[in-house]
Structures are given as structure tokens and as C-alpha cells.
Design a protein around this ligand. Sequence first.
Ligand SMILES: [Zn+2]
Length: 190
Amino acid sequence: MNIWNYYIDEERTAELNIPEVLVVAGKGDRDHFYGVLKRNRNYRRCPRCGSVESRNQGNLQRSFLDAIPRDDDAVVITVTVEYRKSKCMSPECGCVYYQDIPFAVPYARTTRRLDDAIVRMVLRGGLSYTESSKLLENKISRQVVGQIFHRRLRELEADIDEGTVWFNKELNTDWFFQLNYQKIRMFRQR
Ligand SMILES: [Zn+2]
């Protein structure tokens, strides 16, 4: 399978398991997944005027920290995605727009599922920000772990009542917590 002159690595695409990302063969390495964003039907239209006449202005790249299950463990990885920049050709508009990145919140440098994993580590694993940072191979500082935790709780519309947290939205990283549970316990017993 080819997209934008890239050959897609089906196996690594399945390992990454982000539905919107196709991993490119021969780029990155074992813990660095380089992919392209799948085309989204809405992207054909200008978000400002709805015109379908646009000019491709090339591809941009962004990188995110993420985590995936591997060999009964979870590993921290980097995901780089290429996505499109377009300019609306309607003479009254000229809006420049980009493909949406659905697996991360705007401006974030982590994937949403990693954000959710941090919430789980802190709430269910009972880890401190420092311990969570260590578990994430120190690729995210203690301060940033704290910022992500609080931002994600706001997004999840969590109600905190006498030390109990009620989520009004679903966390979607059960696998991460399950895989790390043993590791967390061992870590805490030391
Ligand atoms: Zn437009």
C-alpha cells in the first residue's frame, strides 16, 4: 500500500494502533514511528467558507511522545506524523488550513492515550508525579506529568469528592495500566 509516495509498513501500523496513522516503511526506528495521517473526508472542505477548491501547500511534521504494549511491558515511543497544509482557492477567502490531528489535544506533545495512561498511573497506580516520570523513562518531567494530569482531569470532567474521582468520560488506556500494574507494584515495593 502506498500513500504520498511512501510504502506503508502494515505490521508497524498495527503495532502502533492509532487508527488515523499509517506507519511508513524504512523510516524512524524500533521506538520511533514515522507515519502519515490518513485523509479525513471533512478535510476536502475549507473550514472557513466550505469551498472544495484548494491548493496543497506541502506537508508538515509533528512529533508526540506515546506508549505502546510490547513483550508484556509498555514502552515509551515517539510518533512523528506528516500532515497536509492547504490553501483555500476561493478568491474572497484564501484561508490556510491543516489536517486535524485527532489523537492529541491541540499544542500537546503527548498523545491522548499517553495522557490517559498518566491519569491512571497517578489515580489507580497511586504513583507520584516523580514516580510516573521515572516509569516514563524520564522522557516527561515531573512538572509536565503534573500539568498533563490536571489538564486531562479537566477534559474528562472529573468530579473529585473526598479523595474519590468520578469520571464523566471514558479513559481509553486499560491496556497500559494493566501492563504496568506489576511493574508499578514492584517499583513501589523496592
Ligand atoms: Zn475558504
